[in-house]
Design a protein around this ligand. Sequence first.
Ligand SMILES: Nc1ncnc2c1ncn2[C@@H]1O[C@H](COP(=O)(O)OP(=O)(O)O)[C@@H](O)[C@H]1O
Ligand SMILES: [Mg+2]
Length: 384
Amino acid sequence: MRSPERFFHGAMLMQNSPMPDLYIGLMSGTSLDGADGVLVDFSGGQLKVLAAATEAFTDSFRAELLALNSPSNNELHRAAIAGKQLATIYAKVVHTLLKAAPGPAKAIGAHGQTVRHQPQKDAGYTLQLNNPALLAELTDIDVVADFRSRDVAAGGQGAPLVPAFHQSVFGQAGVTVSVLNIGGISNISVLPGQAGDPVLGFDCGPGNALMDAWCQQNTGQPYDAGGAWAASGKLIPALLNSLLDDPYFSEPPPKSTGRDLFSPQWLAAKLMPFLDELPADIQNTLTEFTASPCITAVCSYGKDSKELVVCGGGAFNLHLMQRLQAGLPQLRVLPSGERGLPPLQVEAAAFAWLARQTLHRLPGNLASVTGAAGPRILGAIYPA
Ligand SMILES: Nc1ncnc2c1ncn2[C@@H]1O[C@H](COP(=O)(O)OP(=O)(O)O)[C@@H](O)[C@H]1O
Ligand SMILES: [Mg+2]
């Protein structure tokens, strides 16, 4: 794995340092499946994942988070309660991870649960539910939280924040590499082979969110395991065209999106004329709809890439992976595990890395990605 050293401004890391440099990263994304955590050691200029743990959300907590994504009754109170519940789940993950820790962790990077993402100028905010004070209380470790707001305050999208980390672990000298994260929303990072060239990145469109919703509604399963159900259906071209007919897809980057736009209501309106179609055919089309903007993103911004490294739970959707490969015959599509970091560990490790950046007063964003006025130190620190 490539050294993340250059993002630590070199001298901050001692090569072959005997002391572990431990951080915990916690990610719970828009798929609303649960909280993924990793314990990472950055000592010696190398990133090493010492432990990984996942805590699934209960059906009722997932339903509440989904409800809180839209305006609803008494939402301030309910958001505060959900933030506390999330912090308790995070603490459980942390306590599992600490069993493998060879020393004290310096900080926890806790993403929180996005329930609104409206970085556009008229609104200009992004909101992650969390209770970092409670998490600090429950773990006695410094917690870094609310990573996105500072980038938005600097005029950026606040997302994606992972490309700098992607560059540090997946970048290759002399070769352009594209990295695709398929969480609830999909986002791409294009990592240049030439030092000094800007990293590009943006949200492509929906990831698992809409496929999960349709699968849940029709089969009772939380997701289409392996994409087998989608693979059993066939494409409905008119539906695909309708889904792709949204202004988001023709907007140039920097851009980011969320469930604010690609909501259950958005999907229901698009599906209205197609409800006589077979559910499996709709799932097949939703999978193609997920793949298509990702393929376009690689062709437009990462066309020299030799590899598309896929992370996030979408990497386990074999049918989706096959559709990506079919649309990008010029390069190899591979799960991130083949490049040293398994799909569900990448984003969590990124938030461990971002927490370390913050503790060292180093920037975490890339202005070339988010459109912020410049590099910024992200997040707020809740001391142990
Ligand atoms: N075996 C699998 N087959 C297909 N999809 C899967 C599988 N495992 C996980 N997923 C998908 O990945 C999602 C979780 O991905 P994740 O990267 O955690 O997203 P997020 O960051 O939005 O939480 C699940 O909701 C599901 O859609
Ligand atoms: Mg998840």
